[in-house]
Design a protein around this ligand. Structure first.
Ligand code: FAD
Length: 511
């Protein structure tokens, strides 16, 4: 039970239940990790009568979810969308998600997620998550106040506004006095859910780190090996284990092997996201998907970007500047060698700076301020005529309110004048990983043959969810809570029934 690999990371291989001499604790459903996927699983398992134990590595619940801005990607006609006058259908939502979150997006998962989205919104509300009936329609990373709805994936920008009817789907729990990255909508998502779990009798143990899986002779997962204050303990799961331990954004080796563009730039994640859930399941034969996919944040202020033009290291535009800033991040990191400059004229700059922002720390000073584009081009060290040509072409069409190259919306498409400022946005990206364990619609972890691993379920960013390549804000808290619920239901019921059948006992809906 204590072998280590040559890299001195704790061992990941499963332990045979026959080796366990004493169980430290036991429950019907044992959930590893008390973030968004974990709490959602715990609630649903407890509602189905299961005795639920959550094991959390840190000193309290929350995980990355409690630090998050709190976007939850929901649509298909949620009561909040309807109340604010936006039309949406599950089909329309799926059309957008399939176009924006690929290539290679899991169509079955996306359709399932879209079909269940309104019910999931109602479930959150029923469990105490508050959403204010207010829409924030300005460019931004998050609403600066407590507005409940915003575009959060480029739905209303090119090219997606021509593929699906634009509808805002970034639902944000109401939170006053937000502090980005400290206490935001994510906290107001987690708090009522944890309170709900507590009322349902869910037990939680903190400062305990899940290390390995325990399997019986049939290959069924029946428990976990944990570590607390340096000692190892075995915890038995009578029905099933739910892995909800987050991404591998902070596992350098896994990042190097799978998503090397993120080397040195983990973001919107916590150090506990060390990939362990993925590794211990892989050691049991689990399959993984989309391990190269990453969310990418871009440290530019959307109000400034929408009013200027973004150019790459060759002085050429490459993205509609009025789109979701996370898409700008991906386009910059994946396709422009992380080289970006923002050009904005004085009038547009003044206008942008007078607006509100949820990320005022992205409003840095320009590196260059010049009287002409020619001068700026020279100051930036770009080849003669490269930037001048870019601005000339852009202005030619912008004078008619058009952007035939990238399709920015007419409201933002205005000729660039002078004086002009240039912001150096090179290497201004960070992100987290989207790939992970391959799961089915019941959140069962699938092995490399495509079969569910008995007794093992997973959700959240240790799994591959609705995003395969592209990203929309809210899809992590969204699929983490949605498939977290499924994991809890399955662990408490479906596979309990299988177990009973295997032992000849009558299968029951609850354990
Ligand atoms: C600043 C910030 C803003 C964000 N904004 C958004 C947003 O607006 N919308 C959105 O969808 N996403 C957002 N995210 C990302 C989102 O929070 C995460 O992707 C999401 O929380 C992942 O859910 P999870 O349940 O997999 O992980 P988490 O919510 O992080 O929960 C995992 C839990 O597992 C615990 N754990 C880890 N290892 C172990 C172990 N070995 N044993 C026991 N416990 C363990 C962790 O401590 C943690 O509590 C943001 C993240 C940050 C940091």
């Amino acid at each position: 039970m204590s072998d280590t690999t040559p890299l001195q990371v704790p061992a990941v291989r499963p332990v045979n239940a026959a080796e366990i001499t004493e169980w430290h604790d036991e429950a019907d459903v044992v959930v590893a990790g008390y973030g968004i996927a974990g709490v959602s699983a715990a609630i649903e398992a407890a509602r189905r009568g299961a005795d639920v134990l959550v094991l959390e590595r840190t000193g309290g619940w929350g995980g990355a979810a409690a630090l998050a801005g709190g976007f939850i990607y929901l649509g298909g006609g949620t009561p909040l969308q309807q109340a604010l006058g936006f039309e949406d259908t599950p089909e329309n939502m799926a059309t957008f998600m399939l176009a924006a979150l690929g290539p290679g997006a899991d169509e079955a998962k996306i359709r399932d997620y879209c079909d269940g989205s309104v019910e999931h919104y109602n479930w959150l509300v029923d469990n105490g998550v508050p959403f204010k009936e207010a829409f924030w329609g300005e460019p931004g990373w998050e609403p600066p106040h407590d507005e409940g709805l915003m575009y959060s994936g480029g739905e209303n920008a090119a090219p997606f506004n021509a593929i699906a009817t634009p509808a805002p789907r970034g639902h944000v729990p109401q939170m006053l006095h937000k502090r980005t990255g400290e206490k935001g909508g994510g906290f107001m998502l987690m708090q009522p859910l944890v309170e709900t779990a507590e009322k349902l009798g869910v037990r939680a143990e903190y400062d305990i780190r899940v290390q390995r899986l325990v399997v019986d002779d049939d290959g069924r997962v029946v428990g976990l090996i944990t570590k607390k204050y340096g000692d190892e303990f075995a915890v038995r799961a009578r029905n099933g284990v739910v892995l909800a331990m987050g991404s591998f954004a902070y596992n350098n080796k896994m990042i190097e092997s799978n998503a090397p563009r993120l080397i040195g730039r983990p973001g919107a994640a916590i150090e506990e996201h060390d990939g362990r859930a993925i590794l211990i399941a892989q050691a049991l034969g689990a399959d993984v998907a989309h391990m190269d996919a990453t969310e990418v944040a871009f440290f530019g202020d959307p109000q400034l970007m929408a009013r200027g033009i973004l150019v790459n290291g060759r002085g050429q535009r490459y993205v509609p500047e009025d789109t979701y800033p996370g898409r700008i991040g991906q386009m910059t990191l994946f396709h422009q060698e992380n080289q970006a400059y923002l050009l904005i004229d004085e009038a547009a700059y003044e206008e942008a700076m007078a607006t509100e922002s949820s990320t005022p720390f992205f409003r840095t000073q320009p590196k260059w301020v010049c009287e002409t584009i020619e001068e700026l081009e020279s100051e930036m060290g770009l080849p003669e005529k490269s930037l001048q040509t870019t601005v000339e072409v852009y202005n030619h069409h912008a004078a008619k309110g058009e952007d035939p190259l990238f399709g920015t919306k007419p409201e933002w498409t205005k000729p660039i004048g002078t004086p002009i400022a240039g912001f150096d946005l090179r290497n201004c990206t960070a992100g987290f990983t989207l790939g992970g364990l391959r799961t089915d619609l019941d959140s069962a972890v699938l092995d490399i043959a495509g079969e569910p691993i008995p007794g093992l379920f997973a959700a959240g960013r240790c799994t591959s969810g609705v995003c395969a390549g592209g990203y929309a804000s809210g899809t992590s808290l969204g699929d983490g809570s949605f498939y977290g619920r499924r994991a809890g239901i399955s662990a408490a019921t479906k596979h309990a029934a299988t177990k009973h059948a295997a032992t000849g006992q009558p299968a029951t809906e609850t354990n």
